[in-house]
Design a protein around this ligand. Sequence first.
Ligand SMILES: *Cc1c(COP(=O)(O)O)cnc(C)c1O
Length: 423
Amino acid sequence: MTTPTDATFWGPDFTALQDQDPEIAAVVTGELDRLRTGLQLIASENFTSPAVLAALGSTLSNKYAEGYPGRRYYGGCQEVDKAEEIGIARAKELFAAEHANLQPHSGANANLAAYAAFCAPGDTVLAMSLPHGGHLTHGSKVNFSGKWFRTVSYGVRSDTELIDHDEVRDLAREHRPKMIICGATAYPRLIDFATFRAIADEVGAVLMVDAAHFIGLVAGQAIPSPVPYADVVTFTTHKVLRGPRGGMVVCRAEHAKRIDKAVFPFSQGGPLMHAVAAKAVALRECQQPSFQAYARQVVTNAQALADGLAADGMRPVSGGTDTHLALIDLRGLDVTGAQAEQRCDAALITLNKNAVPFDPQPPMTASGIRVGTPAVTTQGMTEVDMKEVAALIGRAVRGQDPPADVAAAVDALVSRHPAYPRG
Ligand SMILES: *Cc1c(COP(=O)(O)O)cnc(C)c1O
């Protein structure tokens, strides 16, 4: 049977929640309203499909399935085994990868597993510095990566604002890292995986690509894949990829065992099988030609948005973008990132303040903002709309128009392209 016998136990139907817990039901509907109302420009967010949400809201959440398909520590795994096997097969096909692990609960967990698979505490790891666009898990002192490993950081060049490969090579030769990480949270340009591979080979390091941000563009064939170059690729499934919140690892067959052991039992217990199933659903969506068109449009939109902001006096770091996000330096307008974030919020534009390279401001103030197009592209906006979005951001950031006027214009734009359209 493919249809549940009693639909009240299943599905994105809020009746039971509304009846039994009106407080939380109000949060759920309130959040849906919030998503529908403003412009969602946070580069790491997206709108998942009803099919993904249905898998997430299913009774697969109940199942303990420690282990891997066919080798579980619990009985009754025959159905969830199928979900994980289907998901693994889809991931391997989509990314042309030799091995895939769908169990990491998040991107940070996927990264913890990669460190655990290849490094011992105290080993040296070379990764991008946080203020230049790297991630907490790339060696921040408040994170396991910075506490348990000796991390050395590379950054971008001050003239081009592009990754400084000479610095990467020099640091690799000097420090002989066990692992080199590339991939970032706030870097708008393509990463030269071949050069990183050559540097890793020269010093005998493992190459880990943290593709959390851009893996959806890889899945949609809009940008080159890191998979042929990396020993291991970690990523989140909820950013451009448009799946459930979670993480994933793909790697070469020779590393399969150590990666699987590093995820379970080293760093996690039971997998979230509803999330694993939802990842499988998202991977199938990524295999469709429509997702390739989506990924290309995400990049076109980000470029149009960056161009529009540049024309309005807001400088894109590195001059533009090749991906789904742009980092915008607001020093030309004499507005800080924190002020801009707050002013945009008041105008129903959701984005985040962000440090720019060599930022003189502390991180909580920051000189820039980060904008991304995954969500607005999912709701059907194109480069024509991005011109308008750029103008609206400009009005909000300058703070001369009443926020309510900008918000009204945002509302008019968004209602032409509703997120989660009503019936
Ligand atoms: C988002 C992100 C992560 C972490 O993902 P979480 O699911 O929030 O733990 C890791 N690395 C990079 C580069 C990211 O952008």
